[in-house]
Write a protein that binds this ligand. Structure first.
Ligand SMILES: Cc1cc2nc3c(=O)[nH]c(=O)nc-3n(C[C@H](O)[C@H](O)[C@H](O)COP(=O)(O)O)c2cc1C
Length: 382
């Protein structure tokens, strides 16, 4: 076996009460393999087991909706129905038996949620009825959440986190990026409420803090709770530093175990200039560096086109982050970690910039243009 030329990315790290065997994580990627009734499918199990076999330190699942109103697609796991528990338990097992820490990501899409065919009755909920561009020329206007709906949603997050723990995962991750509901409350551009959940910075923080608090209470102090964190909306007058730094410090004080800082939202990805930025290798590193400076003491995981191990090693060497998250890279090649460890990075199948086959195929089950022919034919690298 060839020896790894990298030192830091294969060094273990403690996160919360868990030990990561290296600093390379299989990142959350919604691939749309779940059953149409919101349960875990065999295809999903095969997909995640194959990622776990590739020797990452942690596998973070794709986002799973805390309830029907929070889901974007019909082929995603919906945690509010306990019928998903057997599949969820198998999912945790098939990740953990190969060594990685297993983390399930939970979310509510807010204004980006359905309604789709079978859930036509669901209201498109958001902090305020602020219109937003949907696709191309289309626009949507969500409905302002009532105080009752806010409380129900907080409870849905707590119940979903408890289910994740019951299923046997090691941790839960709150998806507070990509412009989903948790971040919608923070953004003064989107949140126009005049009650206790809108207006001042303290008020805009209230909903995501109450969600975090309810989730922490539901899972207990020893369970890993991570946060996929929106740093910048990347739209004019969007959420940004300094509030983005201050809210992270507040979550840190509350006991979040790690952060994955992110830039951009579904809305900003409509902007050709932002889309171009996303093609650049390590495109988030400057932003992550600034973020990390403000929150010493809690691990920061860096992601965003860190497509080979040498780049990952540099990001850690320069003190930008503690851990590297690889999402599309490990979708393109589940052996990313193993090949890197064995000094075979030249054999990696790489995600192709500006390709987006995975995004375009999500609704029917994502595939990847970088997969070798025989995997493509099967439709899954399972
Ligand atoms: C098809 C697709 C699905 C994604 N699904 C999720 C998701 O479920 N949760 C999440 O936090 N991020 C999701 N992301 C974002 C990735 O996790 C990651 O942050 C982003 O792609 C940049 O990192 P990368 O270059 O390593 O892929 C998704 C990205 C893509 C392309």
């Amino acid at each position: 076996m060839l020896r790894s030329p990298y030192k830091l990315i294969f060094r273990p790290l403690e996160v919360g009460r868990l030990k990561l065997r290296n600093r390379l994580i299989c990142g959350p990627m919604f691939v749309g393999y779940a059953n149409a009734d919101g349960t875990v499918s065999d295809r999903m199990l095969a997909h995640y087991e194959r990622r776990a076999k590739g020797r990452p330190a942690m596998v973070i699942t794709e986002h799973m909706a805390v309830n029907v109103a929070g889901a974007q697609f019909s082929n995603m796991v919906v945690l509010s129905d306990r019928k998903c528990l057997p599949g969820l338990t198998q999912l945790a097992e098939c990740i953990k038996k190969h060594g990685p820490v297993g983390v399930a990501q939970i979310y509510h899409a807010g204004r980006y949620a359905g309604p789709w065919e079978q859930y036509k009755k669901a209201r498109r909920l958001a902090p305020s009825a602020t219109p937003f561009p949907l696709f191309g020329d289309m626009e949507a206007t969500p409905q302002e959440m009532t105080l009752e709906e806010i409380q129900e949603t907080i409870q849905a997050f707590a119940d979903a986190a408890a289910l994740v723990r019951e299923a046997g995962f090691d941790g839960v991750e709150l998806h507070g990026a990509t412009g989903y509901l948790l971040s919608q409350f923070l953004s003064p551009r989107i949140n126009k409420r005049e009650d206790a959940y809108g207006g001042s910075f303290d008020n805009r923080m209230k909903f995501p803090l109450e969600v975090y608090d309810a989730v922490r209470k539901a899972v207990g102090p020893d369970f890993l709770v991570g946060y996929q964190y929106l740093v910048k909306e990347w739209v004019p007058d969007g959420w940004d530093f300094p509030e983005a730094g201050q809210f992270a410090q507040r979550l840190q004080k509350e006991g979040v175990d790690y952060f994955i800082p992110q830039g951009g939202t579904i809305e900003s990805w409509n902007d050709p200039a932002v889309r171009q930025t996303l093609q650049i290798e390590t495109y988030q590193v400057a932003m992550i560096k600034e973020f990390s400076r403000g929150i010493r003491g809690t691990p920061v995981f860096a992601c965003g086109r860190i497509y080979d191990p040498a780049l990952g090693e540099t990001v850690i060497t320069r003190g930008v982050a503690d851990v590297i998250v690889i999402s599309r890279g490990m979708f393109a090649d589940p052996d990313w970690v193993q090949k890197s460890e064995e000094g075979r990075a030249a054999d990696l199948f790489h995600c192709i910039p500006d390709c987006y086959e995975c995004v375009q195929t999500q609704k029917s089950g994502a595939t990847c243009a970088a997969w070798p022919y025989e995997i493509k034919k099967k439709g899954i690298w399972g």
